[in-house]
Ligand binder design. Structure first.
Ligand code: HEC
Length: 97
């Protein structure tokens, strides 16, 4: 029994970082965004009446495009975090976890 508890404890320790890396983190996305994405436009761009982004696919494509334009160097995980931040605070598309 004790052995079982120890191994499941170690299992939890091993799984924790994996979960943290994979789960999109909107607060981390905000920090990345505010650090690297404010050179050309502010957040008003995301709520302008004629905004160009109408669904999650377009948002993903735009973040990738602007990541290159900004030379931000965001990893795919960073981009996922930024997308979650933008969606949480501005776009509010329903089809994102
Ligand atoms: C080199 C300048 C530049 C930088 C830096 C930049 N963007 Fe952009 N971004 C633009 C331009 C220009 C547009 C508007 C494109 C249009 O109107 O067709 C835009 C539009 C957008 C939109 C769509 C707004 C809408 O209409 O709903 C999003 C989302 C976006 N940017 C995200 C980002 C993110 C995330 C970053 C940081 C990685 C970033 N941008 C950094 C130039 C930039």
């Amino acid at each position: 029994m004790k052995k079982l508890m120890v191994s499941s404890f170690i299992g939890t320790l091993l799984m924790l970082p994996v979960f943290t890396v994979n789960a999109a983190d909107a607060d981390h996305g905000k920090r990345l965004h505010d650090g690297k994405c404010s050179g050309c436009h502010g957040t008003r761009m995301y709520t302008r009446p004629n905004r160009k982004i109408h669904n999650l696919q377009e948002l993903q494509a735009r973040v990738e495009f602007c990541n290159n334009a900004a030379k931000a160097g965001f990893s795919p995980q960073d981009q996922a975090d930024v997308i979650h931040y933008l969606n949480r605070d501005f776009y509010k598309f329903p089809d994102i976890q």
